[in-house]
Design a binder for this molecule. Structure first.
Ligand code: HEC
Length: 197
């Protein structure tokens, strides 16, 4: 009998849950595939814009000048691209350079999952981009890898290409920097792109 009562209790709360979910169900359904496509195209546009600026700054004045340039321009560039697309664009990571790139709770969890997959022993498993769909907003997360030797000039080690003049500037501008010591192919961080639905 008590088992039966337990069942009824469980069914009751299940019904309640269904009702609550139905009442708060969003009016505009978001398809995961659409959100992935939208997030990816914005992340790619942001990456193109940032790398273009980086390349130009490196050519104009070398790595230490590029550090100055990045520290002034990266945030502003993402804010302006974000307002064009009506989204918020950020980069974040577990080993941050710029204080405003510090992850929130959800970003910490998602990036940890990416790191676990990346460090995992199964070579078949690749780090995928992903979306989180909430009642009122959508979040898109995409891994960022150290994909070129240029990245190492400011994120590597003295042995693999970290530029000594860049490092001086980095230490001046980011006294708590944790974003050196990477190697080619490392998972450096992720794009975090969010929009209201
Ligand atoms: C000229 C130096 C320089 C180079 C080269 C460089 N970065 Fe950075 N990186 C920076 C600086 C400076 C910041 C902090 C920017 C800011 O203040 O917004 C940064 C921030 C980041 C962040 C945001 C997370 C954080 O720690 O704040 C990521 C991700 C990142 N870089 C990845 C890369 C990748 C990938 C490459 C290669 C394509 C690269 N960087 C090349 C200097 C550099």
């Amino acid at each position: 009998m008590s088992y039966l009562r337990g069942m009824v209790g469980k069914l009751g709360s299940l019904t309640l849950l269904v009702l609550v979910t139905a009442c708060t169900a969003p009016t505009v359904p978001v398809k995961e595939a659409d959100a992935l496509t939208k997030g990816r195209s914005i992340a790619e546009a942001a990456f193109q814009a940032l790398s273009g600026q980086l390349r130009k700054a490196m050519t104009d004045g070398g790595p230490s000048h590029a550090v100055d340039h990045c520290s002034r321009a990266a945030g502003a560039l993402m804010d302006s691209l974000g307002s064009v697309h009506h989204v918020q664009i950020r980069r974040t990571t577990d080993r941050i350079r710029a204080a405003y790139d510090r992850p929130d709770a959800e970003e910490t969890r998602v990036f940890q999952e990416m790191l676990d997959t990346w460090r995992g022993t199964d070579p078949e498993q690749v780090v995928e981009h992903q979306v989180v769909i909430r009642p009122d907003s959508v979040a898109y997360y995409r891994p960022i890898f150290i994909q070129s030797p240029t990245c190492l000039k400011c994120h590597g080690t003295p042995e693999n290409g970290l530029d000594s003049t860049a490092l001086v500037r980095i230490r001046e501008r980011y006294p708590n920097d944790a974003a050196t010591g990477y190697a080619l192919g490392d998972l450096r961080g992720m794009w975090s792109i969010r929009w209201a639905r």
